[in-house]
Design a binder for this molecule. Structure first.
Ligand SMILES: NC(=O)c1ccc[n+]([C@@H]2O[C@H](COP(=O)([O-])OP(=O)(O)OC[C@H]3O[C@@H](n4cnc5c(N)ncnc54)[C@H](OP(=O)(O)O)[C@@H]3O)[C@@H](O)[C@H]2O)c1
Length: 298
């Protein structure tokens, strides 16, 4: 029996440590409908059957594809299901990611999420910074967060998070409003965001790592399988390299809430079984030698 806690806090809510990221439910390039819509529906159904109570989604996934599938398959939602969305970007007609950070755009994106997810109130909305490139955002952080705090006051959302942010931005945001989660890229093969993880620990903020398997775009799952340190720990426990990568995240911080994305029921089941894996000090020392493929992050 594992001693790793199976649940943790996300703001004032309690959720299972492993959640589900809905980005892989859309079509190739996160654009358009899934190649196999019935398979996407089966993944969502199985996730909730297996106890997933934290789903991460966003209007740009498709756009509107992931949200529509979630509502179609899971509404009316089981009690306690936390659906987290993100605002700050959208898609153009070719599938390009474009910034949408002006106050009226942020408000419209939250309203879109409420409509497509058939919710009266969203459990958590992340402010996703930096969509569409490195150009400085003309809208100040305080103004963007001000829209979300207004929407919270209006009862349209419960909790506010931040995504793709540096430690300095987290500090600035904390001067404005409580922050329930930081969602940045982080994994056993991309540890560049450790300073933000440390800051979250200091403030008791949940850390939701995206690309927890290193991301298919960066060859993450293949790199996990090819890594001798990860492979040796996987062999020792009789589990797969992606399972070791997720178990490492769980062991790294007790408020780490990975949201691995998958379009496959078999991978979903594998990912949700990692709570039973107990990594010891020798395993963690071995895993310190895992090769870094890097990726986005601060
Ligand atoms: N805030 C942001 O800007 C941001 C950015 C990116 C992602 N996200 C969120 O983070 C979530 C996770 O990111 P992600 O889905 O891109 O990356 P990821 O979880 O690191 O990797 C997903 C890839 O791993 C494969 N995979 C999943 N489980 C596997 C397993 N057990 N064995 C082998 N391969 C496996 C998937 O392929 P299969 O479909 O074949 O399983 C998919 O190609 C997203 O779904 C999204 O909700 C947020």
């Amino acid at each position: 029996m594992s001693t790793t806690s199976q649940t943790s806090r996300l703001g004032d809510k309690t959720v299972h440590r492993i959640g589900f990221g809905a980005m892989q439910l859309a079509g190739p390039g996160v654009f358009g409908p899934p190649k196999d819509p019935d398979a996407a529906r089966a993944v969502l159904r199985r996730a909730v059957e297996l106890g997933v109570d934290h789903i991460d989604t966003a209007q740009p996934y498709g756009p509107d594809v992931a949200n529509a599938l979630i509502a179609e398959v899971l509404h009316p939602y089981p009690e306690g299901l936390v659906i987290a969305t993100k605002v700050g970007g959208t898609r153009d007609e070719q599938g390009g990611w474009v910034r949408a950070s002006r106050p009226e755009q942020l408000r419209a994106l939250v309203e879109d999420d409420l409509g497509s997810l058939r919710l009266d109130r969203i459990a958590l909305v992340n402010l996703r910074l930096g969509v569409g490139g490195d150009e400085p955002d003309p809208v100040p952080l305080a103004e963007q967060l001000g829209v979300l705090t207004d929407l919270r006051d209006e009862g349209k959302l419960d909790l506010i998070g931040l995504s793709t942010v540096s430690a300095d931005v987290v500090r600035d945001a904390l001067e404005i409003t409580p922050i329930a989660e930081v969602q940045n890229a982080f994994s056993i093969v991309n540890r560049g965001d450790q300073p933000v993880v440390d800051l979250c620990r200091e403030h008791g903020i949940a850390y939701v790592p995206y690309f927890p398997l290193g991301s298919a775009y960066m060859g993450g799952p293949a790199a996990l399988a090819a890594d001798p340190a990860i492979a040796s720990v996987a062999a020792r426990h009789g589990v797969s390299p992606p399972q070791v990568a997720l178990a490492w995240l769980l062991a790294h911080y007790d408020r780490m809430l990975p949201i691995p994305g998958t379009s496959s029921v078999a991978h979903l089941e594998e990912n949700l079984a990692v709570g039973a894996i107990e990594l010891d000090g020798d395993d963690l020392a071995t895993l310190d030698n895992a090769n870094q493929i890097g990726g986005p992050g601060f």
